[in-house]
Design a protein around this ligand. Structure first.
Ligand code: ZN
Length: 300
């Protein structure tokens, strides 16, 4: 079978899904949105596979000439794993490289990122006025394609439609409130993670059928060509099946939900180096492509 990915073109208001194969972008019959595809994922995947094989997707363009949008412009929920790589947990807590990091007995830690943060490949990431410590985080993201409750780790991946690269850009100015406030309010997840344009996603979604095991994928993030993060999804503390099992006990996972699985070491916070206007980030994961985003400064 020809391998293909699915992406989106057009603005958030008029977004439509397309298929991408052999460096070409194919229009789909009836101009569905990515939400439409996710609502009937398996049937759409069969339909696209057949149509690419038999040549019936007539309207096509060279990939190099197409401006792709965020594959899923408005996810239903953005579930984000925090501190899910031991080396990243150490750098954020300023611990030595050999400090043991045990998996929490409570399970993985999640926070929600507002869906209004999502942008696509090539889109500007804006440094908000008053923020000096904007930081990068390459993450493997799973897109949910089937309603799921109470999954066990063994069948957890059955609800995943596909995978994409996600960059969980974070305003470290707001990481910790100093001087320390009441303990529950010490770490400001919303102020750190909620700013507009801080969730580049894409460049497309690779259907899970072409990536049956996401458990050992090389991942990198570069800024201006310099590699800042380099790891593998194998280094997660809680793997994706454990994350899905945990989440699906609390919430019904729904088509269009996105789970970002955490970031490895090498973020700017650990080095005291942050994004500046004119920088370009490239987040890449083996088999999923490259997500490239320029950085600009907010003008108010
Ligand atoms: Zn993150």
């Amino acid at each position: 079978m020809t391998e293909f990915a699915v992406g989106s073109v057009g603005g958030a208001e008029a977004s439509r899904a397309v298929a991408i194969a052999r460096e070409q972008v194919f229009e789909l019959p009836d101009a569905p949105t990515m939400g439409d595809l996710l609502a009937d994922w398996d049937a759409w995947m069969e339909r696209i596979a057949t149509a690419i094989e038999d040549g019936s997707l007539a309207e096509r363009a060279e990939l190099s000439g197409v401006e792709l949008a965020a594959p899923l412009p408005t996810p239903r929920n953005l579930y984000m794993a925090g501190a899910n790589y031991a080396d990243h947990a150490r750098e954020m807590r300023k611990l030595p490289a050999d400090a043991p990091i045990e998996p929490s007995p409570h399970g993985p830690f999640f926070f929600l990122k507002p869906t209004t943060t999502v942008v696509g490949p090539g889109a500007d990431v804006v440094i908000p006025a008053g923020i000096d410590k904007l930081d990068w985080e390459v993450e493997l993201a799973a897109v949910i394609g089937r309603e799921a409750r109470d999954l066990g780790p063994a069948d957890a991946l059955s609800c995943v439609a596909g995978y994409m690269v996600l960059n969980d850009v974070s305003a470290r100015d707001n990481f910790k409130r100093e001087p320390a406030t009441e303990p529950p309010m010490t770490f400001d997840w919303f102020g750190q993670k909620g700013w507009a344009t801080t969730c580049p996603t894409g460049p497309w979604i690779v259907p899970a059928r072409f990536l049956p095991d996401p458990a050992d994928l090389q991942m990198t993030l570069s800024v201006n060509g310099e590699v800042e993060q380099s790891s593998s999804t194998a280094a997660m503390i809680f793997d994706l099946p454990s994350q899905i099992a945990y989440l699906s006990r609390i919430v019904p996972l729904l088509p269009g939900d996105v789970i970002a699985t955490g970031t490895p070491a090498g973020v700017g916070m650990g080095k005291g180096r942050f994004l500046a206007a004119g920088d370009e980030m490239v987040a890449a994961i083996e088999g999923l492509g490259e997500l490239r985003n320029p950085v600009i400064e907010e003008v108010r």
